[in-house]
Design a protein around this ligand. Structure first.
Ligand code: ARG
Length: 588
């Protein structure tokens, strides 16, 4: 389905042209002053300069032409030259029918779909998944779903941190606990020897201990660095142990992400880029970009226009080991080869902005990103009530699974007041509480612009009123209950045959504008627009619900129209939730 403003721009372009003006002046936008009009066009102002005429004269001429069109209720010129447009209800209803039948939910599809790769999640293997990675998963997943529903070809890659010092620390930590295991000896034979079977609890105990020890004990730290170096040079025992660490970690990560409705197409990691480091070094050498600095190899990336200092990017440390930047550059080579994406989006903590700027500049200089537009989509911090990064009550880093448990329990407590919930079994209650809590946490995050910090406030996120995920889910359950009482099913396909109030008209108009708002949200990489729109629709529905008794309505045509409007509202709200990666509940 075409964007409504585009359809109307077509009419306006034709009108400008028929009056002897340039058709490109006919750009129509939606109006936020519904008391004046539904749509507006400001082309008369640009036309005034071009044709040396008063804008009001042009607007009046164009309005006369527009008024001849069947679809407009009003086409009025307003001083000093605005063109105000309002559609006939019959036109709104015809569009509603089109929207209802549209398999793309009214979202205008691109002429040239792009291939997009989204790098999000980014957890570090062997470390428990903590809330620092929550935002990346939630926002990245929403952006992926948004780009997909907007018609692009999208691949999501988790980009595991699986090749760094944390693995060396875990190897050394494990070695202290089980020094006799064969995997620690130089002559480990993968054909004959085996590695110990690990589990999550063990890993989540070993890593923090090893990390703490490395800060206090220089010898241990050097051992961990050496182990990391040996791993990266593919020492057989360490590779075998690393594979076991990966097996356990990935299984655990999948469980946590599943709870959040987050899923990745690719489970690549930093380790997969390793095979491309030699090629990277070749390219950088060939292009004469490398320079030695204190034994390390660096590339200068500053520009004259820089206002802040831009340090050179370090590609190899003096001990020849690779760095985070090396991996990201090598990964770019890999991604170009495997997917030739038009764009790559990195959904990563804002504080890594400088790193990515350096990487992108270096990649551009080296020609690695020719044909690719990499973009850094930074996100802010999730804070506690004190305005500082969210912590456990003891002041430690909160594990993601603990946070989700906390939210689930709070949701359960809140829902207990509902008579419906009281009538359910424990398991059924738990299932609903789980969905409500995920909706609360995800919507609570996504409704903020991603670049902003926000305060994690479960009480607020779980509120039944206000801009919350809970409110959106609750709205859908209200619609469900009306549909159930009225005994209507979507197969009956009721139609909107009349519009009986301003609230309904506004709701319908907003449903019709939803598709183009999705496109706008994608253009701005801003899933919070999707939250805003869901809230607008839900609030308008609430107004309608407050004013009307659908089930008891005696006029059959009115009742059918209302039920059709409800079905369409529900359908569109579900599309929003799907993009946000939130599941609805039937009742609560
Ligand atoms: N693992 C990294 C971290 O925890 C995030 C990875 C982001 N993606 C990337 N291509 N560097 O900070």
């Amino acid at each position: 389905m075409q964007a409504i403003t585009k359809i109307l721009s077509g009419y306006a372009a034709k009108a400008f042209e028929s009056c002897g003006y340039d058709s490109t002046l006919g750009t129509v936008t939606s109006s936020d002053r519904l008391d004046l009009c539904q749509f507006q066009c400001n082309g008369a102002f640009a036309g005034a300069k071009q044709y040396r005429k008063a804008p009001m004269m042009i607007a009046e001429e164009v309005c006369r032409a527009l008024a001849m069109e069947e679809i407009f209720e009003k086409a009025e010129a307003a001083a000093p030259g605005f063109i105000n447009l309002t559609l006939k209800d019959s036109a709104l209803m015809a569009l509603a029918k089109e929207l209802d039948a549209d398999s793309e939910s009214g979202i205008p599809q691109p002429e040239n779909p792009e291939t997009l790769l989204i790098d999000y999640g980014g957890p570090n293997v062997a470390k428990p998944l903590h809330i620092g990675h929550l935002r990346s998963a939630i926002i990245g997943e929403a952006l992926k779903r948004l780009a997909r529903i907007c018609g692009h070809k999208v691949t999501g890659d988790i980009h595991l941190g699986d090749w760094g010092l944390q693995i060396g620390l875990v190897i050394c930590g494990l070695k202290e606990q089980m020094p006799d295991e064969r995997c620690f000896s130089e002559d480990f034979d993968p054909e004959k020897d085996s590695v110990p079977v690990l589990n999550c609890d063990l890993l989540s105990q070993v890593y923090p201990e090893a990390s703490k020890k490395s800060k206090e004990d220089d010898v241990f730290r050097e051992q961990a660095q050496a182990a990391t170096f040996d791993l990266q040079n593919r020492r057989p025992g360490y590779i075998a142990l690393w594979k076991e660490i990966m097996r356990v970690s990935i299984a655990d990560l999948k469980k946590s992400y599943q709870r959040l409705n987050v899923d990745f197409d690719l489970w690549y990691g930093e380790s997969d880029a390793d095979a491309y480091v030699d090629e990277l070094m070749r390219i950088l050498t060939q292009k004469e970009l490398l320079r030695e600095s204190e034994g390390a190899l660096v590339v200068d990336v500053e520009k004259e226009s820089d206002k802040a200092p831009m340090p050179p990017i370090i590609i190899k440390k003096s001990d020849h080991s690779n760095l985070y930047a090396t991996t990201d550059l090598a990964t770019l080579i890999q991604r170009k080869k495997d997917f030739s994406p038009d764009r790559i989006w990195y959904v990563v903590d804002t504080r890594q902005g400088l790193h990515f700027e350096q990487v992108f500049r270096c990649a551009e200089k080296a020609g690695i990103t020719d044909g690719i537009r990499p973009e850094f989509l930074g996100f802010g911090t999730m804070n506690g009530a004190d305005g500082k990064p969210y912590k456990t009550r003891e002041g430690g880093v909160m594990r993601l699974s603990d946070l989700l448990d906390l939210a689930e329990n709070a949701a359960l407590e809140k829902l207990e007041s509902s008579a419906y919930i009281k009538s359910l079994s424990g398991e059924e209650k738990k299932q609903i509480a789980q969905k409500v809590s995920v909706a609360a946490v995800k919507f609570g995050d996504l409704q903020n612009h991603r670049a902003k910090d926000y305060i994690f406030d479960l009480d607020k996120f779980l509120a039944f009123e206000g801009k919350t995920g809970t409110y959106i889910l609750y709205t859908i359950t209200r619609i469900n209950s009306i549909l159930k009482k009225a005994g209507v099913s979507p197969e009956e396909n009721p139609e909107i045959k009349g519009i009986y109030s301003a609230t309904e008209r506004e709701l319908l108009l907003n449903l019709l504008l939803t598709g183009e708002r999705f496109v706008k949200a994608l253009e701005e990489r801003a899933p919070n627009y999707i939250c805003d729109n869901a809230f607008t629709l839900a609030s308008l529905f609430s107004g309608f619900y407050h004013d009307n008794r659908v089930v008891d309505e005696a006029d059959p045509e009115k009742k059918e129209s209302w039920l059709a409007l409800l079905l369409l509202t529900k359908k569109m709200l579900l599309v929003h939730l799907d993009v946000l990666g939130i599941e609805a509940v039937e009742n609560m």
